[in-house]
Design a protein around this ligand. Structure first.
Ligand code: PMP
Length: 330
């Protein structure tokens, strides 16, 4: 991780090195935190955040799932994220807002007015998944651990504790030739990767698992919009791994992962093992969108340098408390 000068914490900018928390923080012990992973890209109009408002909305939803009272409004969170990117002067990278139950006591269920802390960091971050350099795809294996079950927890929320599921699944392929895992649901249907949703392509049509078990990916919905623009039919349906073996192409998508072709599953090639033509088309279209080259997606883009922005995204206008001053303290 490449440090940047400041991390926003509870309304103020703190130097990266000293923005720390107590070892008895509730979230550290029980995973009682919620977060987002957001990317910002270099565009002709300077750095720009992709789908900021959708990420903030999901963050607030996730916090609600853990009964957290966030002391900031939707607009205040958006402003703080923009300010964090601006002050750190990074051109492109990744943004990590995190809201967590803080320091108080260690009863598992926090009381109603338990401390809730929030941080926002950003730093340059390139490719998330390593790919097979010859094919520019990932080789994956079915995880022996199933994706968390919707009756066990709030699977559609981005809760830190959920990531133990991805972590134990991912560990099964660490230091192996596989780049990631495919997680199934409790009935053996395809769910998603450790940090990405999946699409499978057969005869020019895109298939993806329906909402339920999976994280409702923001990139998944971008991909669906792009696919519609390109006139590819999209079908949300449950399917088993055999449909991947028989597919023409498959790809993962997610904010960190972006769009990456899947070359093989359990050592069986998908298509010819390379990123297929539709996958490549989706990759190129996605990169054009996030780099501000597709005007139909301007409402999804927040330009950091407002004076050079070419469009403003729509606001929900949720208002709670005024924003505490975001004063840089060195
Ligand atoms: N599933 C999981 C488990 C993830 O961690 C992610 C990454 N946030 C995704 C799917 C993709 O979601 P998004 O497109 O919103 O980043």
């Amino acid at each position: 991780m490449q440090p940047t000068p400041y991390i926003w914490k509870n309304g103020k900018m703190h130097p990266w090195e000293t923005c720390t928390t107590h070892v008895l923080t509730h979230g550290l012990h029980y995973g009682s935190a919620v977060f987002e992973g957001i990317r910002f890209y270099e565009t002709d109009n300077g750095p720009a955040i992709f789908e900021l408002e959708k990420h903030t909305r999901r963050l607030i939803y996730s916090a609600d799932c853990l009964n957290m009272t966030i002391p900031y409004s939707f607009d205040e969170i958006n402003d703080a994220i923009v300010e964090t990117v601006r002050i750190n002067e990074v051109k492109a990278g990744y943004i990590r807002p995190l809201i967590y139950y803080g320091y108080g006591n260690l009863k598992v269920v926090p009381h109603a007015d338990f401390a809730v802390d929030m941080i926002i960091a950003c730093w340059p971050w390139g490719n998330y998944l390593k790919t097979d350099t010859a094919h520019n795809t990932v080789d994956i294996k079915i995880s022996p651990y199933i994706r968390i079950h919707p009756t066990s927890t709030r699977t559609d929320a981005k809760i830190s504790g959920h990531y133990i599921n991805s972590l134990v699944a991912g560990l099964t392929v660490r230091d192996t030739p596989y780049h990631d895992v495919l997680m199934l649901d409790s009935d053996g249907y395809v769910a998603e990767g450790s940090a990405a949703n999946i699409f499978v392509i057969k005869d020019g049509r895109l298939f993806t698992p329906p909402l339920g078990t999976i994280l409702p990916g923001i990139t998944r919905s971008t991909v669906m919009t792009i696919a519609k623009q390109l006139n590819f039919p999209i079908i949300e349906k449950r399917f088993k791994p055999d449909e991947i073996y028989n597919a023409d192409e498959a790809f993962f998508c997610g904010t960190a992962v972006e769009v990456v072709g899947i070359g093989s599953l359990e050592d069986q090639k998908i298509g010819d093992g390379h990123a297929g033509p539709i996958t490549q088309q989706m990759q190129a279209a996605y990169q054009a969108v996030v780099h501000g080259k597709n005007p139909t997606f301007y409402p999804a883009i927040t330009w950091i340098n407002k004076e050079t922005s070419v469009s403003t995204s729509t606001n929900d206008n949720h208002t709670k408390k005024p924003m505490p001053s975001v004063a840089a303290c060195a």
